[in-house]
Design a protein around this ligand. Structure first.
Ligand SMILES: [Fe+2]
Ligand SMILES: [Fe+2]
Length: 270
């Protein structure tokens, strides 16, 4: 990666934005975004537009990983290629639904946050750790909540669309987990690369986090605004082969420590 491939936002270097059609307005910070808090018609279109753009980014991140690491085992290249296919399909599904609700491409600003972070790390384990195991696993949790939200407002079509996409996301997280474990068994030094990537993500999040009083382009207070109370989607994370120990840790961080079964030694049961 050269200097020309990067951009600096609030002091951190990120991968430069991928090409976008002229209809898109590309934002760099949350303050420029149009995130709504409700489920009004315009908010529903904005949510679908953001989903569509996230799926576009997922396609691009995965395709870029295939390009950047040509020497990886064939089976893993096939997994990544299948993921590209899934993410393209997800993009098309969101786009079709957006149009059905009267929206259009470029209707709201877009931000290439995941792309900027994931494509900065220079090893395959670090990419899988950030993209599949962190962002997509988080998406899995979010999807479960969002399906209920769309169902609540009577949009069963969008709810079912998200449910179908969620099944694919489980597979993306699962193969990421499988390959990371396999690579760590064969070469434990990759854990240092993974840890470095997680630290980088924390630094980026700290730099980009909204400051007290900052509002987005609609005047929504970004520090007071909580999108959704997202709890870990334990069932799907188990399907995606997070270990019982890892699930216990996630639940503990979310304040559910008391429900984790304890062994005689006081350790969570693995
Ligand atoms: Fe997807
Ligand atoms: Fe995915």
């Amino acid at each position: 990666m050269t200097f020309a491939d990067t951009k600096v936002i609030r002091g951190v270097a990120l991968r430069r934005d991928p090409a976008r059609e002229d209809c898109f307005t590309v934002a760099q910070l949350h303050t420029e975004m149009h995130d709504y808090t409700d489920m009004s018609p315009v908010s529903m279109r904005q949510r679908l537009h953001r989903h569509m753009h996230n799926e576009m980014q997922n396609t691009e991140i995965t395709a870029q990983t295939l390009v950047d690491f040509p020497g990886v085992p064939w089976e893993l290249r096939m997994e990544l290629a299948r993921q590209c296919w899934d993410e393209v399909r997800h993009t098309q599904l969101c786009y079709r639904r957006l149009k059905e609700l009267g929206g259009h491409k470029g209707e709201f600003p877009v931000m290439n946050y995941e792309w900027g972070v994931v494509c900065m790390v220079d090893s395959l384990p670090a990419r899988l750790a950030l993209q599949n195991r962190t962002f997509e696993a988080g998406e899995m949790d979010l999807f479960r909540e969002l399906i209920g939200k769309w169902r609540e407002v009577g949009d069963e079509t969008t709810a079912q669309m998200l449910d179908g996409m969620l099944a694919d996301e489980v597979q993306h997280v699962r193969f990421g987990n499988r390959w990371l474990k396999r690579m760590a068994r064969e070469d434990p030094s990759i854990l240092m690369k993974v840890a470095g990537a997680i630290r980088f993500l924390e630094d980026v999040n700290q730099a980009l986090a909204p400051q007290p009083g900052e509002v987005n382009a609609l005047g929504v207070d970004l520090t007071a605004f909580v999108h959704l109370d997202v709890f870990a989607n334990v069932e799907d994370r188990r399907r995606a082969e997070f270990s019982e120990e890892e699930l216990a840790e996630i639940l503990r961080q979310e304040g559910f420590g008391s429900i984790i079964p304890q062994t005689a030694a006081g350790e969570p049961r693995a």
